[in-house]
Design a protein around this ligand. Structure first.
Ligand code: AMP
Length: 213
């Protein structure tokens, strides 16, 4: 009744700017692992200010719908692998303790295809714990023969994105200006501290949470 493979046009606004560089196949679920980040309300003001300045410098960025620190790339899981994959993550990660992350250093990223640019806050405190978790997540990915994370991850919270490789527009004086806005913002130190309390796996539209201890 249904063909197994359906080509469709990806709409990155439906998944926070993440670009699927593969076509959708029925029964195959785009899956990624991440630590959710829930910033305080005032964080939205800081973000609006940053995007205003970026706009005045010719760059129209779209705010992320949710914030997170990625612990994997987006991989494709067959539907019947989702539960076993999440179980494998649970076994490896449920004894990990909660920890603090600080992310206050602005950094620009592109996806691997360089078709999207992201303005992010790089994690400067909490990296070791994130690396330890990625090594566990990588082992689960390997069990399912899936691609592991970056060899040299730069953990970050993406704030906003735009289409194309706009790295050059966000370097130098513009970056320095944006960074000084982050540093000088009221309660900046508090706004850029996050507690990692759970690790989540999103497969299609389903989210599985693994609380940290
Ligand atoms: P995210 O918001 O976690 O999806 O990250 C935004 C983009 O940063 C993704 O498309 C990643 O592929 C990209 N990225 C580029 N270099 C790195 C790196 N060293 N570590 C983590 N993500 C990276």
């Amino acid at each position: 009744m249904f063909s197994d493979s359906t080509q469709y046009t990806d709409d990155p606004t439906r998944h926070g700017g993440r670009l699927r560089s593969f076509s959708h196949v029925r029964g195959h679920w785009a899956t990624y692992v991440y630590v959710p980040v829930h910033p305080k309300e005032e964080f939205a003001e800081l973000l609006d200010d940053l995007l205003d300045v970026a706009r005045r410098n010719g760059l129209h960025l779209t705010k992320m719908e949710e914030f997170h620190i990625s612990q994997s790339q987006t991989v494709i899981l067959r539907h019947h692998w989702i539960q076993p994959f999440v179980q494998s993550l649970r076994e490896r990660l449920s004894s990990v303790n909660r920890f603090l992350c600080v992310a206050h250093r602005l950094k620009v990223y592109t996806n691997q295809e360089k078709t999207r640019t992201f303005l992010g806050l790089e994690v400067t405190v909490g990296q070791q714990q994130l690396l330890d978790m990625v090594s566990e997540v990588d082992q689960s990915l390997q069990e399912f023969r899936l691609e592991t994370f970056y060899q040299n991850p730069s953990f970050h919270v993406s704030l906003a994105w735009c289409v194309g490789d706009m790295v050059d527009l966000l370097q130098g004086a513009v970056r320095d200006h944006l960074q000084s806005m982050v540093d000088d913002f009221d309660d900046s130190e508090i706004l850029t501290r996050f507690h990692a309390e759970e690790i989540c796996c999103k497969a299609g539209n389903k989210v599985f949470s693994i609380p940290l201890r």
